[in-house]
Design a protein. Structure first.
Length: 152
């Protein structure tokens, strides 16, 4: 039998990310799992000419915006009565997602994917694709919002 105790949901607060969170909540309710909602703040590029103080102000401001965005998602899991750990880290998204999945012993990663075209994908790569290749556990990618769960 499959035993899912911890589900990791990386989010960039996009619509696909919010939709993936809904899937994760449904799985968490089904299995009695804990959910980690993870947001990765990308580092400030080293080539930018800034003082240390300016960089810290930008980080603090960004962290505040992330906390606000997480607060807006809270009703989704509070309605479901779920235990959710909110995690904010700085780094490169797929690296931090895989790292957190390992460290938290996640049983499943549920993440949205934007479904960019071939050219944009070739230039930018895909966080979801890299995560699928490197993750220590199964990864469910959620792309379209036109398929919803049907509750009897």
């Amino acid at each position: 039998m499959i035993n899912i105790q911890r589900i990791l949901v990386p989010t960039d607060f996009s619509e696909p990310g919010k939709h993936a969170l809904k899937y994760a909540i449904a799985f968490a309710q089904q299995f009695g799992a804990v959910v980690d909602v993870l947001h990765v703040m990308e580092p400030i590029p080293p080539g930018m000419m800034m003082t240390y103080i300016a960089m810290e102000e930008i980080r603090d401001h960004s962290r505040g915006e992330v906390k606000t965005a997480l607060k807006e998602l809270e009703p989704l899991w509070e309605e479901a009565g779920l235990e959710v750990d909110e995690v904010i880290v700085e780094g490169y998204p797929f690296v931090e997602i895989v790292k957190h999945a390992r460290e938290s012993n996640a049983d499943l990663i549920v993440m949205g994917t934007h479904g960019h075209g071939a050219i944009k994908h070739a230039l930018l790569g895909s966080v979801a694709e890299r995560t699928v290749r490197k993750a220590p556990c199964p990864v469910l990618t959620v792309r379209h919002s036109d398929h919803e769960f049907v509750h009897p």
